[in-house]
Design a protein around this ligand. Structure first.
Ligand code: MLZ
Length: 463
């Protein structure tokens, strides 16, 4: 019943009420507008909001004051002032909507403020009522809507620009792509030099899967691109002279330095989130060390012979862990496919004559992120990154989150880092006019389309 229809945004309100769930606070997401002023957003703040309980012409906008009863991400349950404990007209809104303002906005901009018709006759003097009611109350920061949109517009990656992005058909290589559309800092990319017409990929502007023009050659990463592109990049990078449509290194956050000045070496073993099956943390090996502290990681026991499924993680990536991480945290570790009997790191290292990457190499900083199990979020299905779906945080392990897609089986779950730009607060899609997939209700004979990136490694049985 809650499934969104094509082109329509899923309606969180009734779903939140029926599941009695909480939602992660906007302040948990550093990549979304207004995250830095969310401490002010507490139950009980007042707003000026469109008054829909009035018989006025469609083009006339009249406002009234409402209390925020409950906050779920950007979504709020509101009650018009004057209703007291009567919840019959409570309604849902989005704090990023055009029709929600701070108290005082109507007076400043000469807009009409009038009580809803159901309570019009309740008080003789509305002015006096409001003055009493408003004393000592709090409101949201002024010009909220405008500020949110200014924040979004500040970002430098725009439609028409070129960048390097992981090749979804062969994740060990990068390709050149052009930005076709930007929705709330999410990019719709088209692979350049593609035989297909609409060969697209979606990711956030600060995704670890995209890089500036010339990046692959700078760090020594495999690149599937034309000879012309490669030679033009070389001169751009060496001269540090880029074109107006090139995405450049300054448009990305500076990558961190590895702790203690220590470095990974080829052959070292570790545990890593499987990039082709994000529900699994696997036994893995450093297959190659690139420049600027980037690593090519392979998943033991399922590596393609040609290395086409090696995956690039930065040495400070929160998605790689030291040997023993899963055991310490009581998580399932996916052993190499050929493992017989229970997997033991000690024996495996001995058998393979390899060395565990020293624990000191891993970034252990755990931010106060605020995510708790049970919180609802909007999450990208990274195997089909065009989709953002209704999801729940089901586990929190330090800075690592397990994301479950509501209504889908657990093998669709994804391990992601708390700072990942691929999760958003409830109400984000609605505010950005992005599609949101509602919880899955499987209808019989429902056609299922294959994922963009293989959802499971072939033959893998663990988890
Ligand atoms: N093509 C897929 C869509 C899966 C989307 C799941 N998102 C959590 C299927 O129907 O199986």
């Amino acid at each position: 019943a809650f499934r969104a229809e094509a082109g329509r945004v899923f309606d969180w309100g009734p779903y939140l009420m029926s599941t009695q769930a909480s939602a992660a606070s906007v302040s948990c997401f550093r990549h979304v507008p207004m995250h830095d002023c969310w401490e002010q957003m507490v139950d009980g703040v007042l707003v000026e909001v469109l008054n829909t309980d009035l018989d006025v012409g469609r083009d006339v906008k009249v406002y009234w004051i409402a209390t925020v009863l409950k906050i779920y991400g950007y979504k709020v349950l509101l009650r018009y002032e004057g209703f007291g404990s009567d919840g019959s007209k409570d309604f849902w809104s989005n704090l990023l909507s055009e029709d929600v303002h701070s108290v005082g906005w109507c007076a400043t901009y000469g807009k009409m403020l009038a009580p809803p018709k159901s309570i019009k006759d309740k008080y003789g003097d509305w002015k006096e009522f409001l003055i009493k009611r408003l004393t000592g109350t709090r409101t949201i920061p002024p010009n909220f809507y405008v500020k949110a949109h200014e924040w979004l517009a500040e970002h430098k990656i725009k439609t028409g620009m070129y960048l390097e992005v992981v090749n979804k058909m062969c994740v060990s290589a990068m390709r050149l792509a052009v930005v076709k559309e930007v929705i709330g800092c999410r990019l719709r990319l088209n692979y350049v030099d593609s035989v297909e017409d609409n060969d697209e990929f979606w990711c956030h502007m600060s995704s670890a899967l995209i890089h500036p023009v010339g990046w692959s050659q700078t760090v020594g990463h495999k690149l599937h691109a034309s000879h012309d592109y490669m030679t033009s990049c070389l001169s751009k990078v060496t001269m540090q002279r880029f074109g107006p449509n090139d995405v450049t290194p300054d448009m990305f956050p500076k990558s961190k330095d590895p702790p203690h000045g220590l470095f990974f070496q080829v052959g070292m073993k570790l545990e890593a989130i499987d990039p082709l099956n994000l529900s699994a943390i696997c036994v893995a090996t450093v297959m190659k060390v690139l420049r600027n502290n980037f690593l090519m990681i392979g998943i033991d026991g399922s590596m393609a012979e040609n290395g086409s499924d090696w995956f690039c993680y930065h040495a400070t990536s929160p998605c790689i862990f030291p040997v023993g991480f899963c055991e310490i945290n009581n998580l399932d570790l996916t052993p190499p496919r050929e493992t017989k009997g229970p997997f033991k790191w000690f024996d495996y290292l001995k058998e393979t004559g390899s060395m565990a990457a020293p624990v000191k190499l891993f970034d252990k900083d755990i931010p106060k992120h605020g995510f708790r199990p049970g919180m609802k979020v909007e999450a990208v299905d990274l195997m089909e990154p065009r989709l953002i779906c209704v999801a729940t945080v089901t586990k929190v392990v330090g800075r690592l989150l397990r994301i479950h897609f509501d209504g889908w089986e657990n093998n669709y779950d994804q391990w992601i880092d708390c700072s990942s730009p691929d999760i958003y607060p409830v109400g984000w899609c609605e505010a950005m006019k992005h599609n949101l997939e509602g919880p899955h209700t499987r209808l019989e004979n429902q056609p299922s389309t294959p994922p963009v990136i293989s959802r499971k490694r072939k033959g893998k049985t663990q988890i």
